[in-house]
Design a protein around this ligand. Structure first.
Ligand code: NAP
Ligand code: G4F
Length: 337
């Protein structure tokens, strides 16, 4: 039985990946921080809480990182832990840099020292492209991060590549474009929208407050992206791979699709901070702008080219944006019912 260790097991991708690896007959260990409140709702949602061995793990504690690797000596190590919310990284740039940047150096150093045979996956991100230099973005596109989060992830990405090249370690970096699901954190824009839309469906009529409606993202389904992570560690050699759908959607359009899923059309009026979205039939106010959700620097457009992953790994996305929106809205309605 292969052993996998997943950091960030309580997060969206960690729980989907754990479910996938359990189905593949792995022994799955999940690293989680000590919290004062139980934080296992995603594992419960997927009904796998008792199928994962939970291990106390904090990326900021080198002794903890070192001893966990020494004790478990996993075949595969998936580093999914991060302060992953871009907005928060502007308010907490130092702790974000420590977790998302230095934390990865701790893992790589510990693996190099005591378990160099372990295959390592680093959760890199399309945020590294930031102010994009190519459209679409691929593995060779230069980085220009636009947030402390993006900067820390660029450091972690290059450390992964450096350990691969310096010590011949199986250290792979997956540059994943945005991927969402029923398990997405409620602060991210897709889930924020689908939770609000579910509220309208169930009679809770609160206007949705958003920031920049014009940025565009390449959104896929998280459940399929974790399969790509696993495939990367089964490849002949360690490398860097982009996972994306190659389709882009504006935030405004995603909101329209989500409201459409409950049979409400939106009519937009005004512009900038005064833009408002009204129900096309009832004229109820559905969406308004709250500038507090604007970011000090924005990533306007992300759209990825995953042709290398298709060619080398045989990976490609299946769920498009329409279906993804339906899945998320339906799940949020069920949670409220
Ligand atoms: P997420 O839901 O925010 O999960 C992040 C996980 O990291 C949580 O389990 C969190 O634990 C854990 N964590 C944070 N700080 C930690 C620390 N100091 N020590 C140990 N664990 C810590 O993020 P996600 O969407 O699943 O993303 C997974 C990874 O992929 C992240 O590295 C993210 O940056 C990257 N990524 C995500 C996307 C995307 O679209 N989802 C795209 C590209 C890359 P708590 O529950 O205790 O907070
Ligand atoms: O949903 P978001 O917060 O995701 P963002 O910033 O793209 O980051 C996510 O994807 C990255 C991959 O590219 C990951 F690495 C990262 O960990 C995370 O998973 O924001 C998406 C867009 C932004 O342009 C933001 O300005 O939506 C815009 N937006 C507009 N109104 C909003 C809101 N974002 C949030 N969170 N909340 C709003 O009210």
């Amino acid at each position: 039985m292969k052993k996998a260790f997943i950091t960030g097991i309580t997060g969206q991708d960690g729980s989907w990946l754990a479910k996938y690896l359990i189905q593949k007959n792995y022994k799955v260990y999940g690293g989680m921080r000590r919290t004062s409140t139980v934080n296992l709702w995603r594992l419960d949602f997927l009904d796998i809480r008792n199928k994962v061995e939970l291990v106390e793990f904090d990326l900021l504690d080198y002794s903890n990182v070192f001893n966990t690797i020494k004790t478990l000596r996993p075949d595969e190590f998936y580093n999914l832990a991060a302060q992953s919310f871009v907005g928060t990284s502007f308010k907490q740039p130092i702790s974000t840099s420590m977790i998302d940047g230095m934390g990865v150096a701790y893992i790589l150093d510990a693996l190099h020292t005591i378990a160099p045979e372990t295959k390592f996956y680093q959760a890199s991100t399309s945020e590294m492209y930031g102010k994009v230099r190519d459209i679409p973005q691929k593995e060779s596109t230069p980085f220009h991060p636009r947030s402390p989060y993006g900067c820390a992830k660029v450091y972690a990405h290059w450390m992964t590549v450096n350990y691969r090249e310096s010590y011949d370690m199986f250290a792979t970096s997956g540059i994943l474009f945005n991927h969402e699901s029923e398990l997405r954190g409620p602060e991210f824009v897709t889930r924020k929208i689908t939770i609000n839309v579910a509220g309208w469906k169930m009679g809770k009529k609160e206007p949705l407050e958003l920031g920049n409606l014009d940025s565009e993202r390449d959104w896929g389904y998280a459940k399929e992206y974790v399969e790509g992570m696993h495939l990367m560690l089964q490849a002949d050699k360690p490398d860097t791979f982009v996972l994306a759908t190659g389709q882009k959607t504006k935030i405004r359009t995603f909101a329209e699709k989500a409201f459409h899923a409950i049979d409400r059309g939106i009519v937009w009026e005004g512009s900038g901070e005064d833009e408002k979205g009204y129900d096309a039939k009832t004229r109820e106010l559905l969406v308004k702008i709250n500038p507090k959700f604007y970011r000090p620097a924005e990533v306007d457009l992300l759209i990825g080219d995953a042709s290398k992953a298709k060619e080398v790994l045989g990976w490609s996305y299946k769920t498009g944006i329409e279906e993804l929106t339906q899945i998320m809205v339906k799940s949020d309605i069920n949670l409220l019912a």
